[in-house]
Design a binder for this molecule. Structure first.
Ligand SMILES: [Zn+2]
Length: 570
């Protein structure tokens, strides 16, 4: 401790008096006529061990340092025998709880823990409960940047950016108590540019409300952090331009390494209506949400046009019908399928463990078993999510929000669509979104929302759909009570294949795997026109592309099987 800069500087000062926050001393600076008989210099210690000098007569720090026959660098922790020790003080409520000493040697850096009196160790305190670096000094308002480690936080503080740093290392996570003072504040997370750093911030993001935002420094070097940003000349004013939203689909998930990653293309369980992600289906009870979703599920497993109109790619569906009896499901599906051969690929469960009792793991297991999973429906989500208990103080919003976050992660992880069904008892307002945001408060958590509205006794209904990757639309549907089919009425033309698209699809069905130039030759079109149309069709989920070869959207399971088989052989 004796080599700390504070003791070196105090050794050069006169008329020193201890004060609650540091020391007073005679200022040797130029602004004093009578030798500064009433000491004007306040001497303190920064949280990182640097010496803070302030003269109340306004002498500049470098004038004071020069008068003391010191150099500016003497105010900072020094390199001694090739080792620099930076004692970061972790304070809470004005008291130093521990010192986290960064030891920089030619071999690298390490940290040691010391008690405020200089003895080693944490004195029984838990690492996770340690105060964040700088938490005692955060301003009352405005955003706060949270970095991994004290060095990055201090680098930002030196730029004048309000910042705090985690002290646990990337492998651990600050406890709720350690994060408490960030709750309700606008927090910007600045992860180190490596996988452990991203995971560290991801775990923290899950524990902070409102959801924090993420600083994504695209030009960061490998392992680069906020300290590197500052060292490279990065400016405080530019930091806000690096902000990205951690949409909850990224809560799970997409911190910098994922943002950087090549994402698989969005998969559309229903082209332009239902893509990869977690969707909420809401509507009053007994409107037919379940029959609609069961119909859609049956269409998808058969690769039949969804709602009789929208061509889709065949895939497997898991349907958790948690409010149904097996008998009712049987009756309903028989009615729905009529004479059709029962399709393979649909798993129906009328009981499933709740999310916190192994239900999530069981869904994951199903997804891993499936060859081409496309859709999981949880009908209803209230029968699946962990039961609410002992949290009556929390708003409904928080509880539902928390329970949806892992579902969003799951959908993203397996690149599938996930639909959570909610009954809404209230009257439906004119703006359908208001219903979900007001009653359930869920639009922030999920990737999309579907709202089914129907006047009781009427055969037509409207399905309002919106989402991050889905255009907002209001579709008119008609229910046929006989075979429980739902047919798309309005807006359907957008999904119908145009004659041109149908022609391309026909030739691909005859000869899967053709390239645009080959198709152009075969049908006498310009290759450019074929390429452009195929591109749009691929986007809309009407064809599949692989290594420049195009395939029809349906009947892909055998294709995937073949590829799996081939991989196993090679
Ligand atoms: Zn002075």
């Amino acid at each position: 401790m004796a080599d700390e800069p504070i003791f070196r500087v105090l050794g050069h000062l006169e008329a020193i008096h201890k004060t609650p926050s540091g020391w007073d001393a005679r200022c040797p600076g130029p602004n004093h006529k009578h030798d500064d008989r009433h000491p004007s210099l306040s001497v303190g210690q920064g949280n990182d061990g640097r010496v803070l000098l302030k003269c109340f007569a306004g002498c500049a720090t470098d004038d004071i340092v020069r008068a003391l026959r010191l150099e500016m660098k003497d105010l900072f922790p020094q390199v001694i025998d090739n080792v620099r020790r930076i004692p970061y003080r972790l304070k809470s409520n004005g008291e130093v709880r521990a010192i986290h000493e960064r030891v920089e040697t030619p071999e690298g850096k390490r940290y040691t823990w010391k008690q405020p009196n200089g003895e080693s160790g944490l004195r029984g305190l838990k690492l996770e409960d340690m105060p964040l670096y700088g938490i005692d000094d955060i301003p009352d308002t405005g955003p706060i940047v949270l970095t991994e480690g004290e060095k990055s936080a201090q680098a930002l503080l030196d730029l004048g950016v309000p910042a705090v740093g985690t002290v646990t290392g990337a492998a651990s996570t600050p406890s709720a108590a350690a994060l408490a003072r960030l709750q309700g504040r606008e927090v910007w997370l600045w992860p180190d540019n490596d996988a452990p750093g991203a995971a560290h911030m991801q775990r923290i993001a899950e524990g902070i409300q409102p959801p924090p935002r993420l600083i994504y420094w695209r030009a960061a070097p490998d392992k680069g952090d906020a300290a590197d940003y500052v060292a490279g000349g990065g400016q405080a004013a530019d930091i806000s331009t690096l902000l990205v939203e951690i949409a909850v689909s990224q809560h799970s998930w997409t911190l910098p390494q994922l943002l950087r990653a090549e994402f698989p293309p969005l998969r559309w369980a229903i082209p332009r209506l239902l893509c990869t992600g977690c969707f909420i289906m809401a509507g009053k009870p007994k409107l037919g949400k379940s029959t609609l979703l069961q119909r859609v599920s049956a269409d998808i497993v058969r690769g039949a046009p969804v709602l009789g109109k929208i061509p889709c790619e065949r895939g497997e569906v898991l349907y958790l019908a948690l409010e149904e009896s097996p008998r009712r499901m049987q009756t309903r599906l028989m009615q729905m399928l009529g004479e059709d051969k029962p399709p393979e690929g649909m798993t129906i469960a009328t009981w499933w463990p709740r999310a916190d009792k192994g239900g999530m793991e069981d869904i994951e297991a199903w997804l891993k078993e499936a060859i081409n999973p496309r859709l999981v429906v949880i009908d209803t989500f209230v029968r699946f999510k962990p039961p609410d208990k002992g949290k009556m103080g929390d708003r409904l919003y928080d509880r539902d929000y928390d329970s949806i976050v892992p579902m969003v992660s799951l959908a993203l992880k397996f690149n599938i669509s996930l639909i959570l069904v909610f009954h809404v008892s209230k009257a439906i307002p004119d703006d359908p979104l208001e219903m979900v945001s007001g009653t359930l408060g869920l639009t922030g958590a999920a990737d999309g929302v579907m709202i089914l509205k129907r006047e009781r006794g009427q055969a037509t209904a409207s399905l309002f759909v919106t989402g991050r990757d889905v255009e907002e639309r209001d579709l008119a549907l008609r229910r046929d009570e006989e075979d429980l089919s739902w047919a798309l009425l309005g807006d359907a033309s957008e999904y119908r294949l145009t004659a041109e698209r149908a022609e391309l699809l026909k030739i691909l069905e005859q000869q899967p795997g053709m390239k645009p130039a080959e198709i152009a030759d075969a049908i006498g079109w310009l290759a450019r026109r074929v390429r452009r149309l195929l591109f749009s069709m691929a986007h809309d989920g009407q064809v599949r592309i692989r290594d420049g070869h195009y395939y029809p959207p349906v009947d892909t399971a055998p294709l995937l099987l073949f590829e799996q088989h081939r991989t196993a052989e090679s």
